[in-house]
Design a binder for this molecule. Sequence first.
Ligand SMILES: [Fe+2]
Ligand SMILES: [Fe+2]
Length: 148
Amino acid sequence: MNIYERIVQDHDNHRQLAARIMETEGNSEERNELWEQFKPEATAHANAEEQTLYAELLEAQKSQEQARHSVHEHKEADDLIQELDEMDMSSSGWIQKFEKLKDELEHHMKEEENDVFEIAKKVLSSDLADDLVEKFEQRKKSEISEIA
Ligand SMILES: [Fe+2]
Ligand SMILES: [Fe+2]
């Protein structure tokens, strides 16, 4: 497995979780449980990406701009996650805001899987793309234990 495949694994999980949250209602147990899964998962994923793939892409001239753009989108998603976390789940505004987060993340993930990976494959050796998987796992794990 390389870093690209590993990231897509997470993205597929995030797409599924987000779709399931959209099906939930109000301040239900299900919505609370899914949100408590989604929140640390999405946050730790983005941070682990920044400490592995994006750290490398920021180093290279060719990929710097795309990497900065992605990191900026991580910050925007993080702000929405914080807002959602402080909002009353039973309000209709909660799911509207969640849908906004879901749409933005879907756009972001697609962009990573297409544009970012395409540039990354030109900049990073395939050995490095393999080696980054273990680093990604470690960083993600430590991010999750920090959040929890
Ligand atoms: Fe990302
Ligand atoms: Fe991602």
